[in-house]
Design a protein around this ligand. Sequence first.
Ligand SMILES: [Fe+2]
Ligand SMILES: [Fe+2]
Length: 167
Amino acid sequence: MNRDQSIILLNQSVADELQSIHQYLNFHLYCQRYGYDMLANMFDRIAIVEIKHLELLADRISFLGGKIDLRLPNNIQHCTTAKAMVAMATEMETLSGKCYRRRALAMIENSDFVSQKLFEELALQEMEHGKVFYSKIRSLNDLSATVPCIAPSQFLRKKILEKEYCL
Ligand SMILES: [Fe+2]
Ligand SMILES: [Fe+2]
């Protein structure tokens, strides 16, 4: 087993998790500010799970004697509608699930079966997150069929949306 190779992939995963944590906290604060309470709670809840993922990856890096790289790889994106936020989160989770599956395969090649198991578990959890977000997109799509747009400032419309679509 090549430890450096494992540590590189584990640190790439730490970077991905950090990106998700920052992005979801941004979405959480945005939704909270405009009164999208249920969406705000969803982003907060999933951000906390991503923190746990980061901790698992960091533990593995430490065990392998590596240095944990906590630099944020990219700037966070700013979305102006709830639908755009949820769509972006769905894409992030789908991509993340694919990356973890690829990394799990790379760990088989590297004979690092502990990291392989960790990546496989994280892939499953990211796919679950993707499903959670996707189900929200569908609700938002349903709404947009009858209401032209969902702007955060449209407080009354949002309240109707939350009541009817259980966001
Ligand atoms: Fe994650
Ligand atoms: Fe996730």
